[in-house]
Design a protein around this ligand. Structure first.
Ligand code: SF4
Length: 719
């Protein structure tokens, strides 16, 4: 149902973690016009090509409009009623919990969910079912940053804001093709450099990506060598007296151990340059630039996080900012750029298997008590649940017997994706909530539930700079689709749980805000007061919630100096560890777990292309976006192609010990010898054998559980 008169709604882009404000205007003829929201602080009216093509993705082609079920694993999905579908889910989960305990069930959710959906899923699993088996596809993109923040600061807190990128005199982009993956942030950097040409940009990335076109210096480090590089910088800063001794003495602990680790691996720049495979003059130029520039932002993304040493990589970067005291002041700090629109919102409500809610800890009895009391929950999970890769392995092993997958497509996106297929094929109950009728994951669903999509759903998201923005509906719900939080509440009620009788998303947001403020004092928690505090947002009326403007947490009551939220954290140099000090973390470098060998001589790097998103279930609907790159590809160096016997333009097979995929060979993507790059997006719905996830090794960081997507030994052969 389209409104008869034009209506204009301010909402937020559903793609990347920049979180741009979007204005959507529905005209009387049914067309929708999309433009950048000039009032949104993240983008001030800018949109990238993905955001500006959103109108091409909201049609109902391929939409899942009705609940479906199948009688057995071999029968086809048949349309059913909501009552029947919800009863089946509730009964199935209850039966399995009764027979095997709460850890025999799991939710696998998504950074595409709104914060309120995430909040309800987490409350149901951790507080009512009593297991922490809820993990998210955000595990795949930023969990190493979460773990690194917790180790360094005592909590998962991102210190800087977007404006710092514009105030810095040096921006270092590490493992981030910002020009393609966070385009509006890149536009902001490019724009400011027009007015401040002295501002420097260094890009650290094995590939010569589009981001490098603007760089003053590109360090094409060998994949996996970041810790050697940043340990070398830490050592260099120390040796050249470029430290903030007063800051270090007053506000940090652990420097000696970190310096010893840095000296052990990276005391000699020549050795570091050799290990990282960069020119030593360029390496020293970077070290000198960092050492001599006061305002430095080090922004990092999946190239750092998606590694079996991801958490150490994050901490090796943060160590350099702590040693130079460059944190908590304008124009400086370490900056984790998140991948998804609501990766941050998921963290806030505890949508990771090793977190509770409101950034509280599962391993802290006072925190568990706080959350259980606040929820009036019958139980509370008391140990971490299974992280994404472990979860699907546990399903294949028969330990987890029911899984509910929401708004994500793990048969394409997880590493060792063929293993995910095997796991789902043997799982007793697979429930999938999605907006798309046909996905590689839906093929395994016993119950398929139609969810609302962008433009239809209502709630909040949090972007990379901790800014909470509203996603607002401007389209009517299609078919019988429902909001994810409504579906979850209906199942919870059928399972016999109180505490899920919400009338609107506004009530859920208010409960989330009150939980962040509840019992939030050192004497009650045994720790410093929690910084995730939304007390200034508690008690909003529905009208106020609907009119809510973008705001950065923490949001203290209105009397606070920053009624619109908090731009920067740690401005008082007080951290969250019990002694109020930040921690240097000693980081001993290690190579990726699986190295190339005779059988698999090349290293596979995966990532995004400019105009597609995740597994293309939305962006693949846009003709404009599909024009950019029409099919998957294997980018490789011409000499490697010659050695493998494949030609540019021909189809080739990429294989590893875990699986294989087929794509067309191309050159010219700035890939160094010895490695290849394949995009993550294509799926078996668009072309057979197109899932690169099937090839990726299921190796994870031992602390964060984030998979090593940037390094799998592979071979390439003629197809
Ligand atoms: Fe959307 Fe990210 Fe593009 Fe902004 S930069 S319009 S959030 S995809």
């Amino acid at each position: 149902i389209i409104p008869e008169t034009a209506s204009s709604v301010r909402t937020t882009c559903p793609y990347c973690g920049v979180g741009c404000g979007v204005r959507a205007t529905v005209h009387a003829d049914g067309t929708t016009e999309i433009s950048g929201d000039t009032q949104h602080p993240a983008n001030a009216g800018r949109l990238c090509v993905k955001g500006s093509a959103l109108d091409e993705t909201i049609g109902l082609d391929g939409r899942l409009l009705y609940p479906h079920m199948r009688d057995s694993s071999t029968s086809n999905l048949q349309r059913t009623s909501w009552n029947q579908a919800l009863d089946t889910v509730a009964q199935g989960f209850s039966d399995i919990i009764k027979r095997h305990g709460p850890d025999a069930v799991a939710f696998y959710v998504s950074g595409q969910l709104l914060t309120e959906d995430y909040y309800i899923a987490n409350k149901l699993m951790k507080g009512y079912i009593g297991s922490a088996n809820i993990d998210t596809n955000s595990r795949l993109c930023m969990s190493s940053a979460v773990a690194g923040h917790k180790r360094a600061f005592g909590a998962d807190l991102m210190p800087v804001c977007y404006e710092d990128l514009e105030l810095a005199d040096l921006v270092v982009l590490i493992g981030s093709n910002t020009a393609w993956c966070h385009p509006v942030l890149f536009q902001r950097i490019a724009k400011i450099r027009e007015t401040r040409p002295a501002m420097k940009l260094v890009v650290i990335d094995p590939r010569r990506t589009a981001t490098c076109e603007l760089a003053d210096l590109h360090l094409p480090v060998k994949a996996g060598t970041d810790v050697w590089l940043f340990n070398g910088l830490l050592h260099y800063l120390s040796q050249h007296g470029k430290t903030d001794a007063a800051f270090v003495a007053a506000h940090t602990n652990g420097l000696d151990e970190a310096l010893a680790a840095a000296a052990a691996s990276s005391a000699d720049p020549l050795t570091v340059a050799k290990i990282c495979k960069v020119n030593v003059r360029d390496l020293l130029a970077f070290y000198d630039l960092f050492a001599s520039t006061e305002k430095v932002v080090s922004a990092f993304s999946q190239g750092v996080n998606q590694s079996s040493a991801g958490t150490d990589k994050v901490n090796s970067i943060i160590n350099c900012h702590l040693l130079s005291g460059r944190i908590g002041r304008p124009g400086m700090g370490p900056f984790s750029i998140t991948g998804q629109p609501n990766a941050m919102g998921g963290r806030e409500v505890g949508g990771l298997a090793n977190m509770l809610a409101a950034h509280m800890d599962l391993d802290n009895p006072a925190h568990r008590q706080t959350v259980q009391t606040f929820w009036n929950a019958p139980r509370i999970a008391d140990k971490p649940g299974l992280k994404a890769v472990d979860l699907f392995q546990a399903i294949e092993q028969g330990k987890v017997k029911a899984v509910w997958i929401m708004a994500t497509n793990p048969v394409v996106s997880l590493p060792d994706a063929d293993q995910v297929q095997r796991a789902l094929a043997r799982c007793e109950l697979v429930v999938v909530s999605d907006i798309t009728e046909k996905t590689d994951t839906n093929d395994y669903a016993h119950v398929l539930l139609p969810a609302l999509g962008w433009g239809e759903k209502d709630g909040t998201v949090t972007n990379s700079e901790r800014r909470i923005s509203r996603q607002r509906p401007f389209l009517s719900p299609p078919g019988e689709a429902r909001a994810d939080w409504q579906i979850l509440c209906s199942v919870a009620q059928r399972m016999g749980f109180d505490g899920f009788r919400y009338q609107s998303v506004h009530e859920i947001f208010d409960e989330h805000a009150r939980l962040t403020a509840h019992d939030n004092a050192a004497e009650n928690t045994g720790r410093q007061p929690r910084l995730l505090n939304l007390s200034g947002l508690c008690g909003m009326s529905k009208t106020q919630f609907n009119a809510m403007q973008p705001v950065q947490w923490p949001v203290m009551p209105a009397a606070h100096d920053e009624p619109q939220g908090t731009q920067r954290l740690f401005t008082d140099h007080h951290f969250v560890h019990p002694d109020g000090k930040a921690r240097f973390i000693p980081t001993a470098p290690r190579t990726p777990k699986n190295m190339p060998d005779q059988d698999y001589p090349l290293s596979l790097n995966t990532g995004r292309v400019r105009d597609q998103w995740h597994t293309m279930t939305r962006s693949g609907k846009s003709p404009k976006l599909n024009n950019h790159i029409t099919e998957s590809f294997i980018d490789m160096h011409p000499q490697d192609a010659l050695l493998c016997g494949v030609r540019e333009g021909s189809l080739a097979r990429v294989s590893s010990p875990w699986g294989a995929m087929v794509a067309r060979v191309q050159h010219g993507g700035g890939i160094p010898r010895g490695s290849i790059f394949v995009p993550i997006h294509w799926n078996n719905q668009s072309a057979s054998d197109a899932r690169i996830g099937a090839v990726v090794n299921p190796v994870v960081d031992p602390i964060s559980g984030e998979p090593e997507f940037k390094h799998t030994p592979v071979r390439v052969e003629e197809f």
